[in-house]
Design a protein around this ligand. Structure first.
Ligand SMILES: Nc1ncnc2c1ncn2[C@@H]1O[C@H](COP(=O)(O)OP(=O)(O)OP(=O)(O)O)[C@@H](O)[C@H]1O
Ligand SMILES: [Mg+2]
Length: 233
């Protein structure tokens, strides 16, 4: 990963995307090989590598959105009191859910829960934002909206993003580079520079969509594994 880029990981179900993300986050230790974060082996989980998952239940149900963030700041960053409140308000504004600050998670839509989870992650001021299919369970319209906002957040904060997705459109819209993985055996097939493709209407976008599709297609020499994920769009 290069500092400040959006690095996308795409590949068939079960190829190890989540596992790789967890290893970067420090939740898992690689069985073989080495994983370096800023030149040193990936350490224990820390606020420098904040994680956002796909499921809607990552927030503490008994705390309001704002308190979820304040609590995370206290525990992970030892930021307390007014400073924590100020930072919570800033990130709530950044992801545009200020109006839901005092609501509990069960009072939020799926999209708002994901916004809250992203706000909480950003509050930690991580150097890396690790996202595992963060928009995978959202309807198409909300998903699109959050993709646009994530691009804006990325521009404004300069945070390095590692994003796992099953959507080629999402990979191209958000990614600077896209790493295509294969299953059986799980390998890196290729890392594609996609920084030229942002706008869906362009020829580059169409060409790179074709290229990624081709890379994701199952090949005979990969032996008889599962077909690529049906959800690939
Ligand atoms: N705790 C575990 N113990 C043993 N095997 C595991 C464990 N977690 C995952 N695996 C296996 O490791 C492989 C990679 O799983 P992983 O969840 O990383 O895949 P993925 O690429 O994220 O898939 P998906 O697209 O479905 O989310 C799978 O074969 C899975 O069954
Ligand atoms: Mg996964």
């Amino acid at each position: 990963m290069r500092q400040g880029e959006t690095f996308v990981i795409i590949g068939p179900s079960g190829c190890g995307k989540t596992t790789l993300l967890k290893a970067i986050a420090g939740f898992l230790r690689p069985a073989r090989g080495r994983l370096l974060v800023e030149g040193s082996p990936a350490r224990e989980p820390g606020p420098d590598r904040a994680v956002v998952f796909q499921d809607f239940d990552q927030l503490f149900a008994w705390r309001t959105v704002r308190d979820n963030i304040v609590y995370a700041l206290r525990v992970a960053c030892r930021v307390h009191g007014a400073a924590a409140g100020k930072r919570a308000d800033d990130v709530l504004a950044l992801v545009d859910i200020t109006r839901a600050a005092d609501r509990y998670p069960h009072e939020l839509s799926g999209g708002m829960k994901q916004r809250a989870a992203i706000a909480r992650a950003l509050a930690l001021e991580p150097t890396m934002l690790l996202m595992d299919e963060p928009f995978g369970a959202l309807d198409a319209i909300t998903r699109n909206q959050l993709q646009i906002e994530l691009a804006n957040i990325h521009r404004r904060t300069g945070v390095t993003i590692v994003l796992v997705t099953h959507s080629i459109q999402e990979a191209l819209y958000l990614g600077d580079r896209v790493m295509v993985m294969t299953a059986h055996p799980a390998r890196i097939r290729e890392i594609v520079d996609t920084s030229a493709a942002r706008d869906v209407e362009t020829a580059e976008f169409a060409a790179l969509t074709g290229r990624l599709r081709e890379l994701l297609v199952h090949r005979e020499e990969d032996d008889a594994g599962e077909p690529p994920d049906a959800a690939l769009a």
